[in-house]
Design a protein around this ligand. Sequence first.
Ligand SMILES: [Zn+2]
Length: 503
Amino acid sequence: MSLTVRTRFLTAIIAFALSAPFAAAQNVELPDMGSSAGTVLSPDEEARYGARMLYELRRVDMVLEDALIDDYVHALGYRLVALSERPEQPFTFFVVRSDEINAFAAPGGFIGLNVGLMHTAESESEVAAVLAHEVAHVTQHHLVRAYESMQKATLPIALAMLGAIIASRNSSGNGAEAAVISGMGLMQQQAINFTRHNEYEADRIGIFTLAKAGFDPEAMAGFFARMGRATRSNNSVEVPEFLRSHPVTASRITEAKNRVEAIRRNPPTVTESAANETRFRMMRERAHVLTSKEPAKLVDTYRGELRHADKNRTTSLRYGLALSLLRSAQATAAMNEFDRLLADTPNDIALLLPRAEAQRLAGDSTGALERLHVLAEVAPDHRAVQLAYADALNATGDKANGQRAMAVLRPILAKYGADPTTQGTFARACELAGEDARALEAHAEVALYTGRPYDAMEQLKRLLERPGVDYYQRARVEARIDELKPYMAELERQRVRKEDQDT
Ligand SMILES: [Zn+2]
């Protein structure tokens, strides 16, 4: 399709995509896509469509896949969900590889948190404040109104496009992408003006959830104010995305403060602890280092900061230093830094796992494997531990170790089957163990969960034509194909529809 047509289509889609996930669509004039009113999605459809946005983001490598950070954000999010107005609503929290200060909610309780927002936050409560706001958009059904005004089929396309848009904003940007970006800014500006009421409600509900969950309710006002100041004091800095869709006004900050006063009169217990704050800071640095394009430069930054840091910041800064040393192939130096940290907290998994990796990269793979084996024994359900152990087993290139890695991952796979990292690690273990047919099955799952459903289907069908597929695997693959058929049919309908829109 031509650039203009493409841009026009994107702009139309963007207008909707933004009004829904970033805020809510109260009175938003949605672009006319030939919609018929009154088609509200079922919870199942919401979950499917939200999941597709996540897969789409994975396809363009925008999701930070790290079991430790995943677990952390999941626990943080669920502390809020448990005390929200709809604790039974399923949520999926994930971290987006983007420097923009932003977070967003999509249908089905999918909440994306940008690395940029984590990096800017000074306390766990600040991140929790933003998550509580997004959780409230979901629990208050702010997204539902958007569905009412459009045909079901257009929503998943819009969400899939959102994935592409978030990605394009992050790349250096050619002409087409630039056009998309400016179109988006414009549409987003409109979304702001139309959704004040829902924003207000998300603030109001969010701050109570925040307080009930034991976070500092002042963090919401504090974070908003600090973002606002950072924006005003430096004109060269772009307005953080979260502020564009969530403009900070004096009244918004005052409202947040007043609510804190109200909460104060009948205060819930604040369960913030030094240990929680240290954990937050460690995960913040971890996300920063894992998404950095120049980890070697971070080594100098962290060393410099450590020279002047007060005592409560040294742990997280040293953790950042150790991880950036590891990422820039200075394994022995990394190991030394991890050991200094382990002197204080010898059982911390977030230290032990990268420490073992450093040990392996420094040439002692037997020692690393032994350490991971011990950890794997004591934490059989811990995904990050089992993944690290399986990775180390795979790295030996040994057939027996491949078989062990398969055994280690099977119970994890039962719980995290939709996690492409677990499936991918399992696939490599299968290959090593000589179980090629089983490896193909896992590869198909990876394709499905990273936004390549047609590849997934193709791989499963090809698998059935292979000789040597046993009865059980054949039955399993056939069942999986049957399971995916309605999904594929839906994609096909939407693809036809999208092509209609394009021309
Ligand atoms: Zn909002």
